[in-house]
Design a protein around this ligand. Structure first.
Ligand code: HEC
Ligand code: HEC
Length: 307
């Protein structure tokens, strides 16, 4: 009897030890993308590695078709994490699983980091020119994005993805602003069904599965036209204006409480940023671009000169 108990005890101990190893392995792997952003030189290296990627994601990460996600201005840590996940099989895609394997496994994940650096430092696409979604749809989308769906247990997307849709660098939370709605909707469906299950703590599964198709479509349409440069009311309205502003010198600091400047009136009814500010004032600090609360990230972007 005692020996059985002892054996069981040993098995438990071994299992616990294995779990420990596994857990520390996971920590070691994740430390790769919770590190400091790369120096600008990495981006120049990465540019040389992205010829194959550009066929779908575009040479500067502005993708050629709505099923392919834009990578321009995406968070460095997030791109790196996704590439690691595709390579390890934690995230699968008929196309990307193979593509990620074509990247050489350089020591210290150097090539993955260089590629992530390159795309993360590319300028955001210019303001969306396509026909805007119907006003009622954008209104619902904005409501979900900024307030969540009370009663369904869906939190405000803005709480994690940022009021301007810029994501969160240190937490590897992706930018959603200006992302193709076809792609965003497809990902919400994959999260809801569990086919994509690589979010930490399966957070996106519990969110997406509590939304119906109308709600998912509306929020996808909303983020498609969400542009941190205009939504936060503190940036230039187009990328060319932004470049001019950059060349003219550093932007003045944002005065407190000025988060609601009206959005570009141009391509019809862009949803004005509304009560969203309630979410968190920390999301409003990034001067322009997608980088949000991550100070280190913002610093890199400033260094790289496009943000
Ligand atoms: C043949 C088209 C194609 C090529 C070439 C391609 N990709 Fe992709 N990529 C996709 C598709 C499709 C997805 C979305 C996968 C899904 O549905 O989950 C994607 C997703 C990604 C993502 C995740 C983006 C996100 O927002 O989650 C990253 C990062 C990425 N690709 C990087 C690369 C890199 C780096 C290369 C070059 C080595 C590359 N891709 C080559 C089609 C392509
Ligand atoms: C608690 C934080 C949190 C909240 C709230 C949240 N998300 Fe996410 N979301 C994440 C994280 C983390 C990921 C990255 C998953 C991964 O590691 O691949 C993500 C990924 C995504 C992606 C995939 C993006 C891509 O490029 O592939 C979409 C789309 C998305 N979220 C939409 C939403 C929407 C819409 C809402 C609101 C209804 C929302 N999220 C609320 C944390 C959150």
């Amino acid at each position: 009897m005692t020996s059985i108990t002892a054996a069981r005890g040993t098995r438990c101990f071994v299992a616990a030890a294995l779990l420990g190893v596994f857990a520390s392995g996971a920590v070691a792997a994740s430390s790769d993308y919770h590190g400091l952003p790369p120096p600008p030189v990495a981006a120049r290296q990465g540019a040389k590695l992205t010829a194959v990627c550009s066929a779908c994601h575009g040479a500067t990460g502005v993708s050629v078709a709505p099923a392919y996600p834009n990578l321009a201005g995406q968070q460095y840590n997030y791109i790196l994490k996704e590439l690691e996940d595709f390579r390890s099989g934690k995230r699968t895609s008929p196309i990307m699983s193979g593509m990620a394997m074509t990247i050489p496994a350089a020591p210290g994940n150097r090539d993955l980091k260089d590629i992530a650096a390159y795309f993360s430092q590319q300028p955001l696409p210019d303001t969306v020119a396509a026909a805007p979604a119907p006003a009622a749809q954008l209104k619902l989308g904005r409501q979900i994005y900024t307030q969540g769906l009370q009663g369904r247990g869906v939190p405000a997307c803005a709480a994690c993805h940022g009021l301007g849709g810029g994501g969160n660098g240190p937490m590897a939370i992706p930018a959603l602003a200006l992302q193709h709605e076809t792609y965003v909707l497809a990902q919400l469906e994959l999260f809801a069904s569990g086919a994509r299950s690589n979010a930490p703590g399966h957070v996106m599964h519990s969110i997406a599965k509590h939304m119906n198709k109308t709600q998912q479509t509306a929020v996808a349409a909303y983020v498609r036209q969400l542009d941190p440069r205009t939504t936060l009311g503190i940036g230039p309205k187009t990328y060319s204006q932004y470049v001019r502003q950059q060349m003219a010198g550093p932007a003045p600091p944002t005065p407190p409480g000025t988060t609601h400047a009206p959005v570009s009136a141009a391509p019809a009814k862009r949803a004005a940023p509304g009560p969203a500010a309630a979410v968190s004032s920390t999301h409003i600090e990034a001067p322009t671009g997608r980088a949000q609360p991550g100070a280190a990230d913002a610093a890199t972007r400033r260094e790289s000169g496009h943000d």
